[in-house]
Design a protein around this ligand. Structure first.
Ligand SMILES: C[S@@+](CC[C@H](N)C(=O)[O-])C[C@H]1O[C@@H](n2cnc3c(N)ncnc32)[C@H](O)[C@@H]1O
Length: 262
């Protein structure tokens, strides 16, 4: 069987140095103390002070470290070794205590055996989840009784649209499917070539996977704005710096959030 993780890791290692210097990630502001978290998760997850927080698919750790600045005791996990090296460097250089682990999420139980008050994951993660049932089980296993799972993510509905805002894909497609497009979401002209393997899930897949693990869904919210320019040329930023569709006759869900309790 194809080693999807190995192939995807190559791509993530290649784009990490591009992301770190990108406007979107805005590392300079983070280093001056600005949070990289969006107001949705800050508001909806609430007070994290002194809570243990496991961040799955943390990339190079800016959000993980931002939760630490909010008072959480954080552990970030990502399979990209270059991302984790960078996350550890940012933790050291900015004096923010954090633990970072380089691991495929499904291999994590081999190296991490602990329960957390919060399991968090966000923005651009579901498409890398190869097995949603195993993903939900993993989340449930890492939560202490009464613990909170929180996700904020690109809405699955947007999976049917191409970057140039055309109805192009099937909502019910599963995966793995391949993507060999040039560039990356912070710079579509970047000289990075690669083949990634991705998956897609419906809202029902996500919600039911968590219900099947016995988690209680507290809420699901849908938002008509995004945190990035998902459809270049078709979006603009509003006064709150949220990315919305230029065509005001159309409104579709662009993000969702979900909170569940064990
Ligand atoms: C879009 S990024 C993370 C989102 C985060 N909000 C951000 O933008 O920094 C997706 C991350 O998932 C990681 N990833 C993909 N597949 C993974 C897997 N199977 N196990 C662990 N991490 C994985 C990638 O290395 C990448 O850093």
């Amino acid at each position: 069987m194809k080693d999807y993780v190995k192939e995807n890791r190559k791509w993530w290692n290649a784009v990490t140095p591009i992301h770190v210097f990108s406007e979107e990630y805005d590392l300079k502001s983070f280093q001056k103390g600005k949070t990289s978290l969006q107001s949705i998760e800050l508001k909806e997850l609430g007070n994290v002070k002194n809570k243990t927080l496991l961040h799955l698919m943390c990339h190079f750790g800016m959000d993980t470290l931002s939760w630490a600045r909010e008072g959480a005791i954080v552990t970030g996990v990502d399979m990209s070794d270059d991302s984790i090296k960078l996350a550890k460097k940012l933790s050291r250089e900015n004096n923010i205590p954090a633990k970072f682990i380089c691991s495929d999420i499904y291999e994590l139980p081999k190296v991490l055996d602990k329960k957390y008050d919060i399991v968090f994951t966000s923005y651009g993660v579901l498409c890398w989840v190869s097995d949603i049932k195993k993903w939900a089980k993993l989340i449930s296993n890492y939560l202490s009784d009464g613990g909170t799972f929180y996700i904020t993510e690109l809405h699955p509905f947007t999976n049917i649209l191409s970057h140039d805002f055309k109805l192009f894909y099937k909502y019910f497609k599963k995966g793995p499917y391949t993507d060999d497009s040039d560039g990356t979401y912070t710079d579509w002209d970047a000289q990075v070539k690669g083949l990634t393997y991705e998956w897609s899930y419906t809202m029902a897949d996500v919600i039911n996977s968590l219900i099947d693990e016995g988690l209680k869904i507290e809420f699901v919210h849908e938002f008509p704005f995004s945190m990035y320019d998902q459809f270049p040329g078709f979006m603009e930023q509003n006064e709150k710096k949220q990315w919305v569709l230029k065509n005001k006759k159309i409104q579709i869900p662009l993000l969702f959030s979900l909170k569940a309790t064990k």
